[in-house]
Design a protein. Structure first.
Ligand SMILES: [Zn+2]
Lengths: 339, 282
């Protein structure tokens, strides 16, 4: 039901409007029920419910790239900790990076998934202002990536598959972050993840912001929730470079081809995980159920592969990425004009 | 990989001139603001003789400075960028690429191949910070990855000189970001096979280049006063809203914080590389 404290995206206005009308009708139906059934109103309500579902479907099937960015950043959108609660059992958080401190922008820990056990790493943005401040809005420092890598190494040591939830605007751009080697730590993480001898599944659950996202993003399966983005640069950053103003972010979002459909087309991700009608923020449980079944299926597929091929296949997966022209022939991906 | 090095070799004799240096007898030093006699700077490997400021050098000059004369053999020179996004940064990306090719005389920001340093055969790569800010798109990622794979296969020492203000190239979007993963994966195999990799950082080395191959050397060297970091200083200043400390993100800053091994003057780089390779050789 619509809740006035909800964060409303501008393009969702017709949905909220129809939901309000539906709520009113339902209230009126309930109030007058004592005086006998009203088959006419009941039929109207049924029809409006169908219309509402259709409206959501139409709006969400045709999101502009910038609207997708807005949905991916929706404050009510489920975050790593929500998925941990809704998908996994017996989560046991591990905090230590053994060097600097506990970065709350990345959560790591052990958990049960169905019949198996896994290591979870994921960005956490925070739900309210206090949490968001503590989490730096999901922008991790080097200690966050250190913690993640340490836990992933432990997972590989004990044969635990790794589930990585990516949801960050980017790695934190700050003085301390540079002093502690942000670039070095992310580089180290990319190199190490490519060699961790345990299955790794990476899912973009919200924002896939550049190197900060990639820093926990090397795996055997890459998937994106339907209404998320994954990009080399934020749309605001791109707009600032190209048009000297972040207001042009919608145009940049379009140019960067950063939606789940674009990435599937480029062969970067394996799969788009559908979201509940009207976006994951409207139904955490449903979003989690679909994500859970994806994780279990993907882990099963990797387990069914011949043993010993895991790292070779992971290498080849990233090895293929890129679009260029050689000897007049376009290679890898869609045909590209010769520059 | 269908293309083996040597198959498409193209030996360099420095037949095109670097065009980045503006004309004129005199030039101003960006380090000490002194007015310098250009010829003298050029004779000094593009280093200011007053303050040791290291001006950027073109790919051709860098190869001439570091490798034994006429030993460099370029690999994969005919790789060209595509335009997967149909990107338009005030001009269409293919046009931008063509303009950069004409301006710099290079096909792309990276050059890879093999050469000799004091008689030792090495695989050598560099990114030229003058070509679309030395940014890494699919071609840079592919060339470096192939070069790394060759170094691993042939058990040769690998040296990469990085110069990139642009990091991962925006114009190729997510494909550029994935080059970081691709190159780093190849380096993981090179290290696992016992291969030597020396990374040399020059001004500037930022973003996705710093956060991948540039930071993954057994040994990491940097030229003096180079800007090296993940986020650009402007972005950081806007985020933290305090004055950035002086010398922030310089080679000296990175040395101080433990992220590089040595700062090396350009005139010493060649002999330092030879010495280091010798230490790592059986
Ligand atoms: Zn000077």
């Amino acid at each position: 039901m619509p809740n006035p404290s909800e964060h409303r995206l501008p393009f969702e206005a017709p949905i909220y409007e129809m939901e309000t009308r539906l709520t009113e009708m339902e209230a009126s139906y309930a109030k007058n029920r004592a005086g006998g059934e009203n088959p006419g109103l009941a039929e109207q309500i049924r029809r409006l419910r169908r219309e509402l579902a259709g409206l959501k479907r139409v709006i969400y099937a045709n999101l502009e790239p910038w609207q997708t960015v807005q949905v991916s950043r929706h404050p009510q959108r489920p975050q790593t900790r929500n998925y941990i609660d809704l998908i996994f059992d017996q989560f046991l958080e591990l905090h230590g990076d053994r060097a600097i401190g506990d970065d709350k922008a990345i959560v790591t820990g052990l958990a049960h998934l169905g019949d198996g056990k896994v290591m979870i790493v994921g960005h956490q943005k925070g739900k309210n202002l206090a949490e968001r401040t503590a989490c730096n809005f999901g922008c991790a420092h080097p200690e966050g990536y250190r913690k993640a890598l340490l836990k992933m190494r432990m997972a590989a040591k004990f044969g635990l598959p790794i589930v990585s939830f990516i949801d960050t605007p980017g790695a934190y751009p700050g003085i301390a972050a540079e002093e502690r080697g942000q670039a070095s730590v992310i580089a180290e993480s990319l190199m190490a993840m490519s060699q961790l001898d345990t299955p790794i599944i990476c899912v973009i659950i919200g924002e896939g912001g550049s190197g900060g996202a990639l820093g926990i993003g090397i795996g055997d399966r890459l998937a994106m929730l339907e209404h998320t983005y994954y990009s080399v640069i934020s749309p605001e950053g791109c707009a600032t470079i190209l048009w000297k103003a972040s207001e042009h972010a919608p145009k940049a979002a379009e140019s960067l081809k950063m939606t789940s459909r674009d990435l599937l087309r480029f062969g970067i991700i394996d799969e788009i995980i559908p979201e509940p009608l009207g976006g994951a923020h409207r139904d955490h449980r449903e979003a989690a159920a679909v994500l859970k079944s994806y994780l279990i299926r993907a882990l099963g597929e990797i387990a069914a592969q011949p043993r010993g091929e895991l790292l070779q296949r992971r290498y080849e997966k990233f090895r293929r990425m890129g679009v260029f022209v050689e000897g007049g022939h376009a290679l890898n991906g869609p045909p590209a004009p010769v520059a | 990989m269908s293309l083996r090095p040597g198959g498409q070799a193209n030996t360099w004799h420095g037949h095109f001139e670097p065009k980045r240096v503006p004309e004129g007898v005199w030039m101003r030093c960006e380090g000490c603001q002194a007015t310098l006699f250009r010829k003298r700077v050029e004779q000094n490997l593009n280093v200011c003789h007053e303050c040791n400021y290291h001006f950027s050098v073109s790919a051709v000059d860098r190869i001439a400075q570091l490798l034994d004369a006429d030993t460099f053999e370029e690999w994969f020179p005919d790789l060209r960028p595509g335009d997967p996004l149909g990107f338009n940064d005030r001009r269409p990306y293919p046009e931008r690429v063509r303009a950069e090719q004409e301006r710099t005389g290079l096909n792309e920001a990276a050059i890879v191949g093999q050469g000799f340093i004091k008689g030792i055969r090495i695989v050598f790569g560099l990114t030229d910070s003058g070509f679309i800010m030395g940014s890494m798109g699919s071609v840079v990622g592919e060339k470096l990855t192939r070069a790394i794979e060759e170094a691993t296969l042939q058990r040769l020492p690998l040296v990469i000189v990085s110069g990139s203000g642009g990091g991962a190239r925006m114009h190729e979007g997510i494909l550029s970001l994935m080059q970081m993963a691709k190159v780093s994966s190849a380096l993981a195999r090179h290290h696992a096979a016992g291969g030597l990799y020396i990374s040399v950082l020059t001004h500037p080395t930022m973003g996705g280049v710093a956060a991948s191959f540039a930071s993954l050397g057994d040994i990491i060297l940097a030229e003096p006063k180079a800007l090296i970091g993940f986020a650009g200083p402007k972005v950081i200043a806007q985020t933290v809203r305090v004055q950035l400390p002086s010398g922030f993100q310089t080679s000296e800053f990175l040395l101080e914080h433990g992220f590089i091994d040595r700062i090396v003057h350009r005139r010493d780089l060649r002999s330092m590389l030879a010495q280091l390779i010798d230490y790592a050789s059986p």
